[in-house]
Design a protein. Structure first.
Length: 275
């Protein structure tokens, strides 16, 4: 898994390997099949001489994916970078003015003849990159690239999280809109049924109720009460005949006067006949 991570980091960030050579002996660091780190004549085509900085200040050989140990051992070795037998700090290196400093022992990587050693001070402790020159600059650049890779990975996770939240929110909005539409439709249906029920009740009202409603609607005010005339209220009897509930006094008086006039005329005629 760690090798896959290193490979992906190299591809995504463009982390390039470099060759490390000693400025005094002009020999390059080379990882061997036995795990011993050797000093060999620099060979650009040799993958075992290609190194790269990875996280926590580790120097990893591209060919073996082993990291250079920063502990005092003879000979100096390279082991798997995530070995359960070795603490991560034993792989950590600092880089200062072309010198590789062990974080574990604060000793310098140096050369003793054809062998690598850790020493407190030595004239053979300066190292350079064959193609770039400054190996410390390579470390700084690579460290920032890994930081950017980590940030990009975090941003990617946040982006996926926001995308998922947006999808869920959109789904919820659709569900809410669907429920609102259903509620509106149900309310409209209820209103229509209620209106239909009212219409049916209105059509089935009794004549007496109609009469009462009409009477309530047409009931006169106090100012209009004097305008009512006798004979306005009609009564329908069972035999189908109609008559006024109250008689008109003026009409009755006119009828009585007519009867009196007729009686007087008849009396006058009788008197004339007797003469």
């Amino acid at each position: 898994m760690f090798r896959v991570w290193i490979l992906l980091s190299s591809l995504l960030l463009g982390v390039r390997a470099f060759m490390i050579y000693n400025t005094k002996s002009s020999l390059c660091l080379e990882d061997s099949a036995t795990g011993e780190v050797l000093l060999k004549k620099c060979n650009i085509d040799s993958a075992s001489q290609q190194w790269t900085w990875i996280d926590q200040g580790m120097l990893m050989c591209v060919a073996s994916s082993n990291c250079l140990l920063a502990v005092q051992r003879k000979p100096l070795q390279a082991q798997p970078c995530r070995s359960s037998e070795v603490d991560a700090v034993q792989f950590a290196w600092d880089c200062d003015r072309d010198r590789l400093i062990s974080k574990n022992t604060s000793m310098l990587l140096s050369v003793d003849g054809q062998h690598l050693i850790l020493a407190h001070d030595s004239k053979h402790s300066k190292w350079r990159s064959l193609d770039v020159g400054d190996i410390c600059q390579e470390k700084l650049t690579t460290t920032w690239k890994f930081v950017l890779l980590g940030l990009a990975f975090v941003c990617l996770l946040v982006g996926f999280l926001l995308l998922g939240m947006g999808a869920m929110a959109s789904k919820n909005r659709k569900e809410i809109a669907k429920y609102k539409a259903a509620a509106t439709l149900a309310q409209k249906s209820e209103d229509e049924e209620l209106q239909l029920f009212r219409d049916n009740c209105s059509n089935k009202q009794s004549p007496s109720l109609d009469f009462q409603l009409q009477g309530n609607k047409s009931s006169p005010s106090n100012g209009e009460l004097s305008e009512l005339k006798a004979g306005n209220i009609m009564v329908m009897w069972k035999d189908g005949k109609t008559s006024c509930l109250y008689s008109d006094h003026a009409v009755e008086e006119e009828k009585q006067e007519e009867k009196q006039e007729e009686a007087e005329l008849e009396a006058d005629q009788a008197v004339k006949m007797m003469e």
